[in-house]
Design a protein around this ligand. Structure first.
Ligand SMILES: O=P(O)(O)OC[C@H]1O[C@@H](O)[C@H](O)[C@@H]1O
Length: 272
């Protein structure tokens, strides 16, 4: 099996097929595969954070098909728009399905995704294989040498966190839920369904850290219930508002390189 790593800083498997890629003046991505003996099965790996990234994946797939590669797999660690997985009000798109339809049209033999936001992503993708967060959480926790509680931020994360807990031999899970303002729908606080956390190390586990507001808010609520140290494990680190405030609040933040590379003291990035 050979690998085509389209993003030079995301190279989860060692060997990569040689290629040249650049963007035309008009903004269109271009690629030329330089190796000619590339075999019959290739896995493309790519972080898709923009339409240009998607475009590069599509034209790379076309180039491989024209080179008569029979079996093509793709590893898209952070599946785009996985959070836009339902239409809340008329006028909104079902974006995850739009991306999935484009990926499905490529007829990949296997589509690997890492810890998708909900069950909708694997449901709308063909030939999908989900890489769960179990080993990532296990590796993160292996650096914490004290008893921990796993904190589930909301109902959406519950099913996954209980599976993680089971995988790790039954670590205690503390359930929480988000409070929302009834008129605006804005996040207004958290309910923690445990009276006293007994100063134990609380580890929040979730799929995505975007702006970080969820985790800063939850940290406050946990402290009000006598939390000890706080850590955060998030599969996909977008960190759109930076990491400074989060680093001040959390003992350690664990993430992967599924979305981007982060080199900040206080953030441990476990790489694919
Ligand atoms: O508060 P930020 O970091 O912006 O958003 C992260 C939260 O938004 C959800 O979709 C994620 O699953 C996570 O619970």
């Amino acid at each position: 099996m050979k690998y085509l790593h389209l993003d030079s800083s995301f190279t989860p498997y060692n060997s990569s097929i040689n290629f040249e890629a650049f963007t035309f003046n008009g903004g269109e991505p271009h690629i030329k595969i330089l190796d000619q003996n590339i075999g019959n099965e290739i896995t493309i790996t790519h972080r898709i954070n923009s339409f240009n990234d998607l475009g590069l994946l599509l034209i790379a797939t076309d180039a491989l098909r024209r080179m008569k590669v029979k079996h093509i797999n793709v590893f898209i660690p952070y599946f785009p728009a996985a959070r836009q997985d339902r239409v809340m009000v008329s006028g909104e798109p079902l974006s995850v399905k739009v991306y999935a339809d484009i990926i499905n049209a490529q007829q990949y033999d296997e589509v690997l995704v890492f810890d998708p936001h909900s069950e909708v992503t694997p449901a709308v993708l063909n030939n999908v294989k989900v890489i769960h967060n179990y080993d990532f959480v296990k590796e993160s926790l292996s650096t914490i040498h004290e008893e921990v509680l796993l904190i589930s931020p909301d109902g959406g994360a519950l099913k996954k966190i209980y599976k993680v807990s089971e995988y790790l031999g039954g670590i205690e899970v503390i359930e929480c839920s988000k409070k929302r303002d009834v008129t605006t729908g804005q996040l207004s606080g958290f309910r923690v369904y445990e009276e006293d956390l007994n100063h134990k190390h609380c580890v929040i586990v979730d799929d995505i850290c975007d702006g970080g507001g969820t985790f800063l808010g939850l940290a406050q609520a946990l402290k009000e219930k006598n939390a000890g140290k706080l850590s955060l494990i998030v599969s996909h680190g977008i960190f759109s508002k930076g990491t400074t405030t989060l680093i001040e609040e959390f003992d350690t933040i664990f993430t992967t390189n599924s979305f981007k590379d982060v080199n900040e003291k206080g953030v441990v990035q476990i790489k694919f």
